[in-house]
Design a protein around this ligand. Structure first.
Ligand SMILES: Nc1nc2c(ncn2[C@@H]2O[C@H](COP(=O)(O)OP(=O)(O)OP(=O)(O)O)[C@@H](O)[C@H]2O)c(=O)[nH]1
Ligand SMILES: [Mg+2]
Length: 391
């Protein structure tokens, strides 16, 4: 599958940059193309110049909001983010339209951090405009939810996140939810290592996008996962997970037969990778709420067999009994077996509900506070009403 990737704001731009890096890796190591164009949109000039893989011309690193933001961001006010994006949306859409291989692309992927200003406000606006113009291509949004400490310490975090989720939920064909906090749990030092988190966020997409683009017979699985399967799977609220198991280094030739022991070891390793993918989904959710699912098994050809693919399917079916499950195998990797899982068309996402209800409370709280401030100001005015004026 080939994507046009557009990152908005700092978070979106950096993750889009990561996709551009994956594309380079696919081109060098696999001679295939998975990203037909990578763009970053921001109100902050410094953030744009900090990127490494997205082409550095103004058509790919698109600065918006010129006069209103002076190149310094919107300071977490996502209404302003939405407003300046609307004003400059033609500039963004024109740049995307001039991408060389746009016609070959299967879908758009727009990325932003929900808790910020520029990306949070802009992602829904750009999605809506692309949707009006390219009705034949699905538009996916990848939305990054804030760390817990941001929810606790910064008032606007929850409000920005809720308004962003509401916007993307109503315009995108699918919203892939990624919770920053999930990546902190894996390894605490990561908190200071955003680049590593971004790599972990993009990683599950690598084999998933590559599998359907392979041209050489030896890398084409017996059941290919291509753009069609992904488009049929990814709808509405969506999460993605990735798990990897090392394969035993030494393989004794006499064990290569279809012997029972080997098969059970393979199955065990496969289930282990699938377990990891499911326990480290990009957002905690209940697989039973998924209406659609997909898994891709990538391993060296000799490690793969249809029994294993089927076993993984049975395992996933138990956890997501309501889901229509698609699957595929991808004879690639060396020394490892990995499993990518997508759970989609989720009928309930607790975290999204929480953001909505907390934000509704926050709006009430702000309105109350505003009333209090106004009545106090009136009090001051009242107290000074007999003082002569100098003006
Ligand atoms: N995973 C990840 N999260 C990030 C990154 N940069 C920022 N964030 C998160 O994104 C949210 C803030 O959004 P930003 O992208 O910084 O904001 P922005 O869109 O640039 O908006 P302004 O700076 O207000 O103009 C917070 O929840 C951050 O934790 C990143 O590179 N990777
Ligand atoms: Mg910024």
């Amino acid at each position: 599958m080939k994507l046009v990737v557009v990152g908005l704001g700092q978070c979106g731009g950096r993750i889009a940059d990561e996709f551009a890096r994956l594309n380079r890796k696919a081109r060098i190591h696999r001679r295939i193309e998975i990203v037909t164009g990578a763009f970053a949109v921001n109100t902050d000039a410094a953030d744009l110049s900090g990127l490494q893989n997205i082409k550095s011309d103004y058509q790919h690193r698109i600065l918006i909001g010129g006069r209103k933001t002076g190149g310094h961001g919107v300071g977490k006010i996502n209404e302003l983010g939405a407003e300046v994006t609307k004003e400059d949306v033609d500039k963004i859409v024109d740049a995307i339209r001039s991408a060389q291989h746009l016609y070959e692309s299967d879908a758009f992927l727009l990325i932003a951090g929900a808790a910020g200003g520029t990306g949070s406000g802009g992602i829904g606006v750009v999605t809506q405009h692309l949707r009006d113009r390219y009705m034949d291509k699905p538009i996916y949004n990848l939305v990054v939810l804030p760390f817990e400490h941001e929810e606790a310490n910064e008032e606007r975090t929850v409000y920005n996140t809720a308004t962003c989720l509401k916007a993307v939920g109503s315009v995108a064909d699918a919203v892939i939810l990624v919770d920053n906090q999930r990546y902190v749990r894996k390894d605490f030092s990561l908190r200071n290592n955003i680049a590593r988190i971004n790599a972990l966020i993009a990683e599950p997409f690598y084999n998933l996008l590559c599998a359907g683009e392979e041209k050489k017979a030896k890398h084409i699985g017996s059941r290919i996962v291509d753009a069609g399967d992904i488009i049929q799977t990814v709808v509405g609220w969506t999460v993605i997970g990735y798990g990897r198991s090392q394969l035993p280094l030494i393989r004794l030739p006499f064990l290569r037969s279809r012997n029972f022991r080997k098969k059970s070891t393979e199955t065990h390793i496969g289930i282990q990778a699938m377990d990891e993918a499911l326990s480290e989904l990009s957002l905690k959710c209940n697989p039973a709420d998924a209406r659609r699912a997909l898994y891709l098994l990538s391993a060296p050809a000799q490690e793969m067999n249809m029994d294993l693919v089927k076993e993984l399917g049975d395992y996933l079916r138990d956890l997501a009994p309501e889901a229509l499950i698609r699957n595929g195998d991808y004879p690639r990797e060396r020394g490892v077996l990995d499993v990518t899982v997508i759970l989609s068309e989720l009928s309930d996402v607790e975290k999204v509900r929480e953001f909505y209800s907390e934000s509704t409370e926050f709006i009430r709280h702000v309105a109350n506070r505003q009333e209090q401030v106004e009545s106090r100001l009136k009090g001051i005015e009242e107290a000074g009403k007999d003082i002569p004026t100098l003006l």
